[in-house]
Write a protein that binds this ligand. Structure first.
Ligand code: PEP
Ligand code: MG
Length: 330
């Protein structure tokens, strides 16, 4: 079975009815890019850059150090796109204590709802500009995309865009080369999913973070064992938000991916294909088994089941009945 999965590496992920599907990798450090290429990833859909900032005894990575890391990742991907998410510090990914206190944010009441991700970046503008300069400088070496985590407000996108203009000017003045970088936002706070029509005109792509989207939609701490049984990707409200986000992005001609755990779990491949998803990003080790599901799927038949699925009080059961019968025949 392992050998069979390994042979799948160079097979393009195309459904039975000819729909091309991108299977990309989630990485934490540039060294992970090798595993992504090895697994047959067609790009990096999520580079969790916060891992460059963690476990460093209080010191933050310099602009040059970040630039080297982003360049290493984009070069390792050999022309395939690399989506770098700006730091998603906070909640389950804290800075170590020294650097946190240096940055004034050591005491946090509720980390999942506190000064994390883009909120933290906007509160630390010189740190944020350093990261953006490093990303732009690396764009001269391959195809980079910029992804902003935990967006909930239009003003956050506006502030990011203004910062990007300033950073580009700084690089131009310094004679540093860079190429255009697409701007995307994570859809992982329900507010962002609900107001997607207002967000879409300001971005080039979106990426749905189902891990946090489930957490915030259901008010279930994703790290709390006591409520883990209520953390339910099949919850009708969660499916509504994911399906409508995919549908609206596609209708607006913007690319959309899912980069949360659901994307790498073959139990959800048919469901996400039915919703119209054509870009999945996951841990490299999960690519072969998701690819097997894609190769056996008939995307247009799966899509026929979607309305009934979204109306079901028990979508998991309905999916087991409906999607199985609408899968391909092989
Ligand atoms: C997510 O929330 O689904 C996601 C991909 O981001 P992270 O798991 O890093 O919060
Ligand atoms: Mg997240």
């Amino acid at each position: 079975e392992r050998a069979r999965l390994a042979r799948l590496r160079h097979t393009p992920a195309v459904t039975l009815d000819g729909e091309r599907v991108e299977l990309q990798a989630n990485i934490e450090l540039p060294a992970d890019a090798a595993a992504a290429v090895d697994a047959g990833a067609t790009g990096v859909g999520l580079f969790r850059s916060e891992f460059l900032f963690m476990n460093r005894n209080g010191e933050l990575p310099s602009e040059d150090e970040q630039f080297e890391a982003y360049r290493a990742a984009v070069e390792a991907m050999k022309g395939m796109p690399v989506t770098i998410r700006t730091v998603d510090i906070g909640a389950d990914k804290p800075l170590d204590r020294m650097s946190a206190s240096e940055l004034r944010h050591e005491h946090v009441l509720n980390p999942a709802m506190g000064l994390r991700a883009i909120r933290w970046s906007l509160a630390e503008p010189s740190m944020f500009r350093q990261q953006l300069r490093a990303i732009y400088r690396a764009s001269a070496y391959g195809k980079l995309r910029l992804l902003i985590p935990m967006v909930a407000h239009l003003s956050e996108i506006r502030q990011v865009s203004e910062t990007l203009k300033r950073v580009q000017q700084q690089l131009t003045d310094a004679g540093q080369a860079f190429t255009p970088v697409e701007l995307g936002v994570m859809i992982e706070i329900p507010a962002a999913a609900v107001m997607l029509p207002l967000l879409l005109p300001h971005v080039d792509f979106i990426s749905i973070g189902t891990n946090d989207l489930i957490q915030y939609t259901l008010a279930i701490d994703r790290a709390d064992e006591a409520v883990a049984h209520l953390y339910d990707p099949w919850h009708p409200a969660v499916l509504q938000l994911i399906a409508s986000s995919i549908g609206q992005a596609r209708a607006a001609g913007k690319s959309v991916s899912v980069c949360g755990e659901m994307a790498g779990d073959p139990a959800f491949t048919d469901l996400l294909l039915a919703m119209g998803l054509r870009n999945f990003s996951m841990h490299p080790s999960q690519i072969p088994s998701v690819k097997q599901r894609v190769l056996r799927a008939d995307a247009s038949r799966l899509a026929e089941a979607l309305p009934q699925l979204l109306e079901s009080p028990d979508p998991q059961r309905t999916a087991a009945l409906l999607l199985t019968s609408k899968r391909g025949n092989t």
